[in-house]
Design a protein. Structure first.
Length: 370
């Protein structure tokens, strides 16, 4: 009682300005206390990887699985992007035919190709029936198919064959993109984007950053207080080159980024989760593109997707063991690898459930948050 009287007496001696400062200080302390309480159940995940590794697709899956999903209005907003992706893909194949000196196999294809190439993809808002007929005819042309089969030699969207197989549906007047259509839309991530999800009592904050080299200088601001790092690597890029530099192998670039990231001082306490993504595309590609042609150390069977997956996983895990002698790194980092298909909702739900119940909760304990 005496203490309370003393406090009241002291307050009586304060000027109005001092009372104002005391009230502000009290409010700040209250906010900090509430923030600290909130952070006890918060997991901050940093999503990293090179361009087109599947980071944004993973975010879309998290929204479908653990967020509010997409309303009909939001789905409709993706229609224009789907249509633009279709034109972008066909134009890329047609231009590659010219570069690779691949002739058309059908009589009308030359004329049809001009109709497609003259379109400004950024101005596309929908697919009309004329363009649908032209696209279908071109997609059936043996020369265009040969160009598609040689896609590792140029830049082509992974969603190309999916969208071409669904042209009629996508061109319908009342077309509303499905969740699968949305998952396959390609829009390069620029800058830093944060997404928040609540899973049971855990507040999950995922930070997605641009994967292209030009975007990486912005990552440094995201590194503070990261509970876990999720690094996405594309299994299917073993025979591809960088969009920014066509003399560099994509997988080698991804491995180099993985190495510098996991050995960064920013992630000393953070758990590292490795998503080896695009198992579906690897399974298709390995039938015609020999992994040993690009990584001679691969001694597994040709056309064996499982052997290729295992080999590529060990390539990345070897980066954990590799040390820079001049920096004297001796602590072994634990990495949790998972094979994923970011466009498969069931697969991502299963994989994320596994890491949520083990890796992420263990990380919270390590950070003394639980």
């Amino acid at each position: 009682m005496g203490c309370c009287w003393c406090c009241r007496a002291c307050e009586c001696l304060l000027t109005d300005e001092e009372k104002g400062h005391a009230a502000i200080n009290k409010e700040i302390n209250k906010i900090l206390k509430e923030q600290k309480k909130k952070e006890k159940n918060e997991i901050k995940l940093l999503l990293l990887g090179t361009g087109e590794s599947g980071k944004t697709t993973f975010i879309k899956q998290m929204r479908i699985i653990h967020g509010a999903g997409y309303s009909e209005e939001e789905l409709r907003a993706f229609a224009k992007l789907v249509h633009q992706n279709i034109f972008t893909s066909m134009q890329a194949m047609l231009r590659a035919m010219h570069t690779l000196k691949i002739p058309f196999g059908l009589p009308d294809s030359q004329k049809n190709s001009r109709l497609v190439l003259e379109v400004d993809t950024l101005q596309v808002t929908r697919l009309d029936q004329q363009h649908v007929a032209v696209m279908k005819s071109l997609w059936s042309d043996p020369g265009v198919r040969q160009s598609y089969s040689r896609r590792r030699e140029y830049q082509l969207l992974d969603s190309t064959s999916y969208y071409m197989a669904n042209l009629e549906r996508i061109a319908a007047v009342d077309y509303i993109p499905t969740e699968q259509d949305v998952l396959r839309v390609r829009v390069p991530t620029t800058g830093i984007n944060e997404y928040a999800f609540t899973i049971n009592t855990i507040f999950l904050r995922i930070v997605d950053v641009g994967g292209q080299k030009s975007e990486r200088k912005k990552w440094i601001h995201c590194f503070e207080n990261v509970t876990s790092l999720i690094f996405l690597a594309s299994l299917s890029e073993y025979d591809q080159v960088l969009e920014e530099n066509e003399s560099d192998n994509r997988m080698e670039e991804s491995k180099a980024l993985f190495y510098t990231t996991i050995h960064s001082r920013w992630f000393i306490k953070s758990s590292v989760i490795l998503f080896l993504n695009k198992v579906d595309i690897l399974g298709e590609k390995i039938l015609t593109s020999d992994l040993a042609d690009y990584f001679p150390q691969f001694k597994g069977r040709k056309q064996d997707a499982a052997a290729a997956m295992e080999f590529i996983m060990h390539l990345y895990l070897a980066e954990v063991e590799r040390k820079e002698k001049d920096k004297g790194k001796h602590d072994k980092k634990t990495v949790y690898p998972h094979f994923t298909c970011a466009t498969d909702t069931h697969n991502i739900r299963h994989v994320f459930s596994a890491i949520r119940d083990t890796v992420l909760l263990n990380s919270l304990k390590e950070f003394s948050l639980l």
